[in-house]
Design a protein around this ligand. Structure first.
Ligand SMILES: Nc1ncnc2c1ncn2[C@@H]1O[C@H](COP(=O)(O)OP(=O)(O)OP(=O)(O)O)[C@@H](O)[C@H]1O
Length: 320
């Protein structure tokens, strides 16, 4: 049986995985569009890696079904897939371009072609000086970039990256974001897991939020953000007038500053009331909530705090 839906690179329906009787993934549904950049967001232990492993066919779900590039047997598509696992590692004595070629060969790319592409990719990614160096002579960030290039050297249709940003400094994180965008521009589907919301907010049109083995939200980033109403920050010269009726009744000024949730009627009636009522607008900003606020709203404060702690711990690891 195959999936008839050619629109999706990945489909998962109610997949469940238990370890020692405990559900690590507890009934997840996913539809990931071909050619999109899709982020899987959640703290450590939420079930991201287990989900990715099931999607890839490294482990099978106990219940439910998943389709990778239309197939219920993801391993059969492995030549079309690139996978960067959470556990990083390359053979230390291999030369960098050879390591890339070796990874390509595991996915069906002839070694000679892999070596040629490996050298070119390293040059294109600013690692030209390191082509002939052994992996052990590279910095951690360089070795991770080499592993990433090895993940895509066979030009896969689908790339799955487990926590690709962790272990990279800010410069290399920026390079990785550009690389991911470049792949998507070529029509490649990129799925990555992360506990850093900013990466997902910058890169993804669609995300899944994972918490305690479940997905409380999957869909467009903009839809997640629209779950919260915009916040108004207003400074007025006056403190009273007919315009006060446009401001929520429970909002009290701090000095001449007003902070409140934008009323459902929207921006225009508010502006009309302020101008016609001569409130004397000194400053006005209307902020749409970011993905971080939406994440806290959807996943809850405890999950958000755990994820921030994970991100801080990972950043400390990068600093050493
Ligand atoms: N092979 C395994 N055997 C037993 N328990 C496992 C196994 N793999 C994962 N788990 C458990 O399943 C839960 C989800 O783990 P998973 O690795 O999928 O989370 P994660 O969101 O990827 O977090 P991390 O980034 O820490 O890997 C955790 O409680 C973990 O300890």
């Amino acid at each position: 049986m195959t999936s008839s839906n050619l629109e999706y690179a990945i489909e998962a329906r109610n997949i469940i995985k238990r370890f020692d009787g405990e559900a690590a993934v507890d009934g997840i549904d996913l539809n990931i569009r071909k050619g999109s950049i899709f982020g899987i967001l959640g703290p450590n232990g939420a079930g991201k890696t287990t989900t990715l492993r099931m999607l890839l066919g490294i482990i099978d779900p106990d219940e439910g079904e998943r389709f990778l590039l239309g197939s219920p047997n993801p391993i059969s598509k492995s030549h079309q897939v690139g996978y960067l696992p959470e556990e990083r590692g390359l053979y230390q004595s291999m030369k960098a371009y050879d390591a890339i070629a070796f990874m390509g060969a595991l996915r069906g790319l002839p070694l000679a072609e892999g070596r040629k592409r490996g050298k070119q990719m390293m040059a294109d990614h600013g690692l030209g000086d390191a082509i002939d160096k052994q992996i052990r002579a590279l910095s951690k960030g360089m070795a991770q970039t080499v592993q990433l290039l090895g993940t895509i050297v066979h030009e896969p249709d689908l790339i799955i990256l487990d926590e690709p940003f962790s272990g990279l400094d800010a410069l290399n994180q920026g390079k990785l974001e550009r690389l991911i965008r470049g792949q998507a521009d070529k029509g490649v589907t990129v799925i990555f897991s992360t506990h850093v919301i900013a990466h997902a907010e910058r890169l993804c049109e669609e995300i899944a939020i994972v918490a305690h083995g479940k997905i409380p939200f999957t869909g467009k980033v903009s839809t997640a953000r629209d779950r919260l109403r915009p916040q108004v920050h207003l400074e007025t010269r006056e403190l009273d007038g007919t315009w006060r009726s446009a401001i929520p009744g429970d909002c009290q000024p701090l000095g001449h500053n007003w902070h409140f949730t934008l009323p459902k009627s929207g921006v225009e009636p508010l502006l009309h009331a302020l101008i016609e009522g001569k409130a004397g607008i000194e400053s006005l900003s209307i902020e749409r909530p970011g993905l971080h606020d939406a994440f806290v709203h959807i996943a809850g404060e405890a999950v958000a705090r755990k994820m921030e702690a994970d991100a801080a711990q990972a950043a400390m690891g990068e600093a050493v």
